[in-house]
Each structure stands twice: as structure tokens, then as C-alpha cells.
Design a protein. Structure first.
Length: 455
């Protein structure tokens, strides 16, 4: 008689029960792990504990760069969001074919999200020689991507204009050459006009050409035997000329010449008013004319001052004798001087909020919105020239024959990229940010070089 019981079926039930228990156990273990993993928790092998990961949101110009963290590439390309980074210090890199690599060290905290970028990547390219110019006098106008130079042809002096974008040349002036004279070039603020100064002894004659069509302007007797001239920094068509007996304001747009009734060492326009610098025996005075009366803004030590470029709402001066940069807010009558620092070179950011400046071996910045000053770096060799890249927060500077790019993120210097060696002279970046133009003095004249930055 059969009982219906077999050893095989009993073992099968036991195995199924064990397997069931194993699945339950695996579920009880894995379910919390999955929840923790989904919530951003990871096991930190280096410290033997579970930690909450950090997030990196990184963008670049151009896009589609490979992101590496501690030399490990991620599948996501810029713009990328990486949410699996363990707290601590990590080396973050960007790589893109044809471009120089970018690298920085970032510190991540638990649950912290860092937004970095856009990081500017530069082409891996070498400077290319465009032309060798037989000249001893050359003057660039960066914002219009042009430069002018002087050449001598027999007994004539010629002033040529070069468009760096198209490489087109145009003759602007042709004057008799005098070997006893010294010559200089000067641009109006927006580059509408170009001025040639011919200095003989303590006096000068000036000649002005309208750049877009090469028209030589008739300036009259006010342009002869002058002691000093300077451009207005607000009105592109306004030129000030000082002679022995008068200070004259020339309007190059309509040809008017107005002899000013007040005395001034310097003058420029500001919000429809004339800001004046005058110097007495022991101090300099900054003031503006208000209904025929000088209203004093502030006092400065005696110096050799020039008005220099400043954002709307501010006035800036450079004391050539003491190498001081002075920034003045005319609306703050109680404390109008915002900045008074030693500076040989300086440059405002494209958004006019950050002033970058150097006294030689250091690189500093002044933030207008927060009124904060910060030293970015100190070098063992002097900084010869600097400029902002037109987009983002990258600056380019030249030191000891090297061209370097410094990437900034708020108050932090993220990285430095070497762009070129054997680099001297002056440079500027075209408004599109695609090319860097470089003028270098040689024994035979000047060389014009171009280095590609972006495609």
C-alpha cells in the first residue's frame, strides 16, 4: 500500500523553502541598499563608511568635452551632471580633441552640488606669422580689431590701417617726413578717429583722419603748435587741445572749436557734465562745472595724471609718476574714492564689474559690486600685458615670454593653461574670441602674429 510520501518530494519542498528564505534575506539586504544608492549614498572604501555623494555640474566652451575625475572618464560629456562623486578632493579634467586639456583640483562636501563653468577650452595651436612690417611706430585698437602703423617712403610719412579680421590695408595719411620730429599715434575711444602727432621740441602739430573712409579732417590753427592733447573718454568725437594761451574743445563731427573759459589740467565728459582735474601748489582737485561754478569732488596728491577708461558711473585716473590707479564714484560725495592702488597695467572685464590690475609681479582684482580687492597670484617674473577673454571668466596674461590663460570661478582661481612660449610685445583678442593677435618688435620693425583660440 502506498502512503503518497516520497523522499524526493520532501527534499524539493525543503529546497524551495530554503530558496524562499534566501530570496527574502536578499531582498531585506538589497532593498535598503538600492534605496540608499538611489538616494545618493555610496560606500567609501578609503574611509570604510557609507557617505552621501556630491554632485558636479560642469559646462565648457566648446561643448562635448570628456569629463574625467581622478583620471577616470565618464560617459557624459559637457554639459554634464555627475552625481556619484565621493566627498573629498578630486582632480577634475576636461579633454577634447584638438584642444588643450584643462585640469583643476576641487573639494566636494557631502550632499554638496558644485556648478563649474562654462570653462573655456583653447585650441592646441601655434602662433602663425601674418606679416613683417617695416615700421618703428604701431598702435592697435583692440575693440575694433584693427591696428595702424607708420612707414616712411622716401620723403613721405604714411599711416596705414590694417583690419586684422580681413587683413585688408588702407592708406589713411600721407605727410612730408621730417627727420627732426618725433611721431606718435592715438585712437579715439571707439576707434572712429586716428590722430598722428608730430612733435618738434616742446610743441606739436596734430593730424586726424576719420578711419572708416580715410578722410583727413581740417582742424584749423587749433591743431598747430600745441602743448598737449587728449581724447574725451565718453564722447568719441571730442578732442581737447592745450596751447600756450588757451584750452580748446574740438568737435570732430561738426568741426566746431570752443575755447573753454575755465582753466584745467585735464577734462573729460561724465553724464553730460565736464569733470575737471586742476593742480595747485600742493594738491590736485577733481571737480565738475555746475552752473559756471566748480563743485569739488575730492582731492588728490600732486601727480602726472591722465583720465583712463572706466565703466559708466565711474571716473578713473592714472598717476604716471607714481604708477597709481584711482577709481572715483562721483555720486558718493562722502567717500568718492573707491580704489587707490599701485598699478602699471589694468583691464576691465566685459561686464565692467571686475577690474584686473597688476603692479608688476602680482595679479589683483577689484570687484565693483562688492567693493572687494583680492590678490589672485604672485609671479617671479613681471607681467607685461593682460586681457580678458571676451566670454566667461578667463584672463590671458604674458610673463617671461609665456602666454598663460587663467580661469576664474568667483573668488577662486580654478586653473592655468599654457598657450604659447617665446611671446613678447603686445596682444589683443578679437571680439568673437576666435583669434589672438600679437605684435612683436624686432630689429627690422614689427611682426604681426595670430594664434587661433577657437574654431
Amino acid at each position: 500500500m502506498s502512503t503518497g510520501y516520497t523522499m524526493g518530494s520532501d527534499m524539493s519542498k525543503s529546497i524551495r523553502f530554503i530558496v524562499f528564505l534566501l530570496f527574502v534575506f536578499a531582498f531585506l539586504i538589497s532593498a535598503p541598499l538600492v534605496v540608499l544608492y538611489t538616494a545618493g549614498y555610496r560606500f567609501d572604501l578609503a574611509h570604510g563608511r557609507i557617505v552621501h555623494t556630491a554632485v558636479l555640474n560642469i559646462t565648457s566652451t566648446p561643448r562635448n568635452a570628456t569629463v574625467l575625475v581622478n583620471q577616470e572618464p565618464y560617459s557624459d560629456r559637457t554639459p554634464a551632471v555627475i552625481d556619484t562623486i565621493l566627498p573629498g578632493e578630486h582632480i577634475v579634467q576636461l579633454e577634447k580633441t584638438g584642444y588643450l586639456p584643462w585640469e583643476t583640483l576641487l573639494t566636494f562636501g557631502s550632499r554638496e552640488a558644485l556648478v563649474v563653468g562654462p570653462i573655456t577650452l583653447f585650441l592646441d595651436a601655434q602662433p602663425e606669422l601674418q606679416e613683417t612690417l617695416t615700421t618703428t611706430l604701431i598702435s592697435p585698437h583692440p575693440s575694433s580689431n584693427r591696428f595702424a602703423y607708420v612707414s616712411q617712403e622716401s620723403s613721405w610719412l604714411e599711416v596705414w590701417l590694417v583690419d586684422a579680421s580681413s587683413q585688408e590695408k588702407n592708406l589713411l595719411m600721407r605727410l612730408p617726413y621730417d627727420a627732426r620730429s618725433q611721431y606718435d599715434l592715438s585712437w579715439s575711444k571707439q576707434g572712429t578717429y586716428l590722430l598722428l602727432e608730430e612733435q618738434s621740441g616742446t610743441q606739436s602739430d596734430i593730424y586726424v583722419s576719420r578711419v572708416h573712409d580715410g578722410t583727413a579732417l581740417e582742424l584749423g590753427e587749433e591743431s598747430k603748435h600745441i602743448e598737449r592733447y587728449w581724447w574725451d573718454l565718453s564722447l568719441d568725437e571730442t578732442l581737447y587741445v592745450r596751447s600756450k594761451n588757451a584750452l580748446t574743445q574740438l568737435n570732430l563731427l561738426n568741426g566746431d572749436a570752443e575755447t573753454l573759459t575755465f582753466d584745467a589740467d585735464l577734462i573729460t565728459s561724465y553724464d553730460g557734465q565736464e569733470v575737471i582735474l586742476s593742480q595747485s601748489n600742493n594738491r590736485a582737485v577733481i571737480s565738475y562745472q555746475e552752473e559756471g561754478t566748480a563743485s569739488i569732488i575730492t582731492y588728490l596728491p600732486l601727480g602726472e595724471y591722465t583720465f583712463v577708461e572706466a565703466p559708466i558711473g565711474l571716473v578713473a585716473l592714472h598717476d604716471v609718476r607714481r604708477n597709481r590707479f584711482i577709481l572715483i564714484d562721483l555720486a558718493r560725495r562722502d567717500q568718492p574714492i573707491l580704489l587707490n592702488e599701485e598699478a602699471l597695467i589694468w583691464k576691465w572685464s566685459p561686464d565692467a564689474n571686475v577690474l584686473l590690475y597688476s603692479s608688476g609681479y602680482d595679479l589683483k582684482r577689484y570687484v565693483r559690486s562688492t567693493h572687494e580687492t583680492q590678490t589672485l597670484t604672485r609671479l617671479s617674473h613681471p607681467i607685461d600685458h593682460l586681457d580678458w577673454y571676451p566670454f566667461g571668466t578667463t584672463i590671458l596674461y604674458q610673463t617671461n615670454g609665456n602666454l598663460e590663460a587663467l580661469n576664474l570661478e568667483n573668488a577662486t582661481t580654478l586653473s592655468q593653461t599654457h598657450l604659447a612660449s617665446g611671446f613678447s610685445g603686445t596682444f589683443w583678442i578679437d571680439p568673437e574670441g576666435k583669434n589672438l593677435h600679437h605684435l612683436e618688435s624686432t630689429q627690422d620693425g614689427w611682426q604681426w602674429w595670430t594664434r587661433a583660440l577657437q574654431n
